[in-house]
Write a protein that binds this ligand. Structure first.
Ligand code: PGA
Ligand code: ZN
Length: 406
């Protein structure tokens, strides 16, 4: 039996220069697993609690660090590293709340994933191979759809574009070819943007931030870039609207530019956009409480995958509700939305059993951790979101995917 010798958290900076945890778990046999925890900006209301010293989204994480180095370390020393489910159950029990409010989802996730990575090393397995032992799944490798976020708006850019993400999604079976198509289209897009707006700024996830409030314009310019590259037959587009971020709870309207829109108008906008552009999926088309409007959109656009993110927050209870109301046909998987690896796997399993397409996702505040690539491969999820080409925190996930596919 290999046991846990030490659990230790350090503080590092994420891609927005905001402090976050890097947790190392070392076994008695000398293997160490490390997890660097990411952090969102357009977070869902029902996500696991992120523990920060001053309660703000940019505060430091020294309290979380102390919790890992004392309370969690003491509880886990001597524990069998191969018992991931028991480790996660213990973490959940130590916290004692539904939402990880006491110890923080960031502390818990760091420890949970670092344990699994240490266990993989102790067993001399690749991380995705070890993940497959935690749930019955065949070992062949499939290629997920890669979602490249080429235009950033919403809370990820200093512009007035309401929609948060405009993705290019190559429809090919090879990671290398997908990466190549994305790079070409991104470069062509950059040139078109420079020509049209006279500047090329970048948003949090590496995509271009363009000075427009017209939500259709990014799709038009993306189409031009695709045309220039001659890859029209090989790509589709996807949106992450992140509609909660521009929904006004007091009058129930959505603010796009200077105009306020009803949910019916917004629905008509999606119908029109999916008629004009090759949209494979639309994420969070309405705010995070509106399961009904998701369902209505799903019914009128059966060929477009309607994806929950803030709606479902990687939480089985929210996913159950979304499925029972026919709100979604796809969902985002973000381990730090729920807080432990076992719960993340449970959510993927539940969603997949119900025919829901899972897209494993990074966060806008990222680290050099590449766990999402292994999770995607291990459970053969439909897709993965890791931003635009270029930034190292995004590329590291793509590199890991290519390495696994080789
Ligand atoms: P976030 O954005 O990491 O800022 O929450 C990503 C997303 O909404 O998909
Ligand atoms: Zn989202």
């Amino acid at each position: 039996m290999t046991t846990i010798k030490n659990v230790k958290a350090e503080i590092i900076n994420d891609s927005r220069n905001v402090p976050t945890l890097s947790v190392s778990v070392t076994t008695d046999s000398g293997f160490t697993g490390v997890c660097m925890v990411p952090s969102g900006a357009s977070t869902g209301k029902y996500e696991a609690f992120e523990l920060r010293d001053d309660g703000t989204s940019k505060g430091s994480v020294t309290k979380a660090q102390v919790i890992v180095n004392t309370k969690i370390n003491e509880a886990l020393i001597g524990f069998d590293i191969s018992k991931q489910r028991e480790i996660d159950d213990l973490l959940i029990k130590l916290d004692g709340t539904d939402n990880k409010t006491n110890l923080g989802g960031n502390s818990l996730l760091g420890v949970s994933v670092a344990c699994a990575k240490a266990a993989a090393k102790a067993l001399d397995k690749e991380f995705y191979e070890y993940l497959q032992t935690l749930r019955e799944v065949s070992s062949n490798i499939t290629c997920p759809k890669l979602y490249f976020n080429l235009i950033n708006g919403g809370k990820h850019a200093n512009t007035s574009l309401a929609f948060q993400e405009y993705h290019l999604v190559p429809q090919v079976e090879s990671v290398v070819e997908s990466l190549d198509i994305a790079q070409k289209v991104q470069d062509a897009l950059g040139a078109l943007i420079l020509e049209k707006y006279g500047e090329v700024a970048r948003g949090d996830e590496g995509g271009y931030a363009i000075p427009t409030e017209n939500i259709r314009e990014p799709l038009e310019i993306l189409s031009q870039a695709v045309e220039v590259c001659g890859v029209k037959d090989k790509v589709m587009f996807a949106l992450d609207v992140a509609a909660s971020s521009f929904h006004n709870d007091s009058n129930q309207l959505y603010k796009i530019g200077n105009e306020e829109h009803t949910k019916e108008e917004l629905k008509d906008t999606y119908i029109s956009l999916s008629g004009d552009f090759p949209l494979i999926s639309i994420e969070d088309p309405f705010h995070e409480e509106d399961f009904e409007s998701f369902a209505e959109l799903q019914a009128v656009l059966p060929s477009v995958i309607i994806v929950g993110d803030d709606l479902t927050v990687t939480n089985v209870k929210r996913v159950e509700k979304a499925i029972s109301m026919a709100s979604i046909t796809g969902m985002i998987i973000k381990p730090n939305q729920i807080g432990t690896l076992s719960e993340t796997i449970d959510t993927i399993t539940f969603a997949q059993k119900n025919g829901i397409k899972c897209i494993v996702s990074h966060r806008s505040g990222e680290t050099m951790d590449d766990m999402i690539a292994d999770i995607t491969v291990a459970f053969k999820t439909f897709g993965i979101k890791s931003g635009a080409r270029g930034p190292e925190v995004r590329e590291v996930k793509y590199r890991r995917l290519s390495a696994i596919q080789k």
